[in-house]
Design a protein around this ligand. Structure first.
Ligand SMILES: Cc1cc2nc3c(=O)[nH]c(=O)nc-3n(C[C@H](O)[C@H](O)[C@H](O)COP(=O)(O)OP(=O)(O)OC[C@H]3O[C@@H](n4cnc5c(N)ncnc54)[C@H](O)[C@@H]3O)c2cc1C
Length: 387
């Protein structure tokens, strides 16, 4: 099978790096060890113990491309040499004040300028809650009246969205807008729709994210299509399953409403595949950025492309994976001429720790994926030993 070739998959990894990755995935696949590691890290940081070096040599090097944009460029180049593209994200999380939103805005604008200068990068990305207050987004989502101050802050957030999308459009840099929890997502969808109407007149520059673990997202895609047909603009969609399942289900139970999440993993899978299929049948309007490590979904997309004689490198279809995970997918797709692209988070080590903890937790909970990662590394190490 296309994605099983471990020689291509790990082409950039030395034996030492492969063994280190194996060791790391073994640890984070164990829930107790991950929890102990998380606690120990938090305590060590509080006590100001010199732990950052260890973080850097382990999880940071596995899942992040560097501490700055320039620092990350070496990784971008190395991937590009193997036909794998990249998009960079300043992955500092959890700050919630106007100063930090302005700082994030500056980082996103810098990243657009950086991409525009380097013709080997096509996309960049931002997280709405890095530039807008989530409490205000929630109030808008609940259709509550904002007070004067909140109105002013929301206005500023809208301005930040527009400043980003305007520059992306001016520089021809494709912009992915990440999806967040459902209780703040409605206003984000509305804002990004406005941005698409304004800046996607000739091609999809601005991409919204659709989380297909939500059972209402096929309707959302349909609605978008109808609006785009009427208003004559293009739609970019990053299609993902969704990262906040635990928070979503917990909140729905606590507040006694029906969870927006599909009732089972199978239903999410079907929803994701139907979403991809819907977009691929409407490529005259849509561009698809598929953000998944699910091989079955990737094979399904490839089958639809084959069936409809869509070129492998069609500029409207991208396959995105996170840096440090599923290299077998990225490198094998790229090797066959598909548009494979890695999400490269960067930032000062101390600041990206929340992102790293999320990666570790995700790999603990996505059991199937981690054991597959371990199996693939083992196969490649064996293959190298035998030659
Ligand atoms: C390039 C890229 C960009 C991403 N951007 C975003 C983003 O902007 N916003 C965001 O929320 N996530 C984002 N993600 C994360 C993504 O949503 C998934 O959490 C992650 O990729 C795992 O899903 P999968 O499709 O790779 O694979 P799989 O391992 O096949 O699927 C796991 C996913 O299935 C769903 N699932 C699991 N169990 C159940 C269940 N019992 N019932 C219903 N559904 C279930 C969950 O969504 C879970 O994450 C991104 C991922 C990638 C690769």
């Amino acid at each position: 099978m296309l994605l099983d070739n471990t020689k291509n998959g790990f082409t950039l990894k030395s034996n030492f790096e492969l063994k280190k990755a194996y060791f790391l995935f073994r640890i984070i696949s164990n829930k107790s060890l991950t929890n102990i590691g998380k606690k120990a890290l938090q305590i060590a940081l509080k006590l100001r113990l010199p732990i950052l070096f260890l973080v850097k040599r382990t999880v940071f090097e596995q899942f992040c491309s560097g501490e700055s944009l320039d620092d990350s460029f070496e990784t971008v180049q190395r991937l590009y040499d193997k036909n794998v593209k990249s998009y960079l994200s300043y992955s500092v999380e959890g700050l919630e004040n106007e100063k930090s939103y302005d700082l994030s805005l500056k980082e996103v604008l810098n990243s657009i300028e950086f991409v525009a200068k380097n013709n080997i990068i096509d996309f960049t990305v931002f997280k709405p809650t890095a530039i807008a207050n989530s409490k205000i987004l929630q109030k808008v989502s609940e259709k509550k009246i904002l007070d004067e101050k909140e109105n002013e802050l929301y206005g500023k957030a809208l301005e930040r969205f527009d400043t980003i999308c305007n520059l992306a459009h001016k520089k021809g840099v494709k912009m992915l807008v990440d999806a967040e929890e459902s209780w703040i997502q409605d206003p984000i969808d509305e804002i990004v729709l406005k941005m698409m109407m304004k800046y996607n007149k000739h091609e999809a520059i601005i991409y919204n994210t659709a989380q297909m673990y939500r059972h209402d997202r096929l309707n959302y895609l349909n609605r978008l299509k109808n609006i785009a047909e009427k208003e004559k603009f293009f739609i970019g969609i990053k299609l993902v399953r969704g990262a906040y399942i635990e928070q979503e289900n917990k909140r729905a139970i606590k507040n006694n409403y029906k969870s927006p999440i599909c009732d089972s993993k199978n239903l999410t899978d079907t929803n994701f595949n139907n979403g991809a299929s819907f977009i691929l049948s409407n490529l005259n309007i849509f561009s698809l950025f598929s953000g998944t490590h699910n091989e079955e979904s990737i094979y399904k997309i490839i089958d639809i492309m084959k069936l409809n004689n869509i070129n492998k490198n069609n500029s409207k279809i991208w396959f995105g994976q996170l840096y440090g995970m599923s290299d077998n997918i990225s490198f094998n797709l790229a090797n066959k001429g598909f548009n494979a692209i890695k999400y490269l988070p960067f930032g000062p080590i101390k600041e990206v720790i929340p992102y790293l903890i999320r990666r570790a937790e995700e790999n603990t909970s996505v059991k199937g994926q981690t054991s597959r990662e371990l199996e693939l590394i083992k196969t490649e190490l064996k293959r190298r030993k035998s030659i």
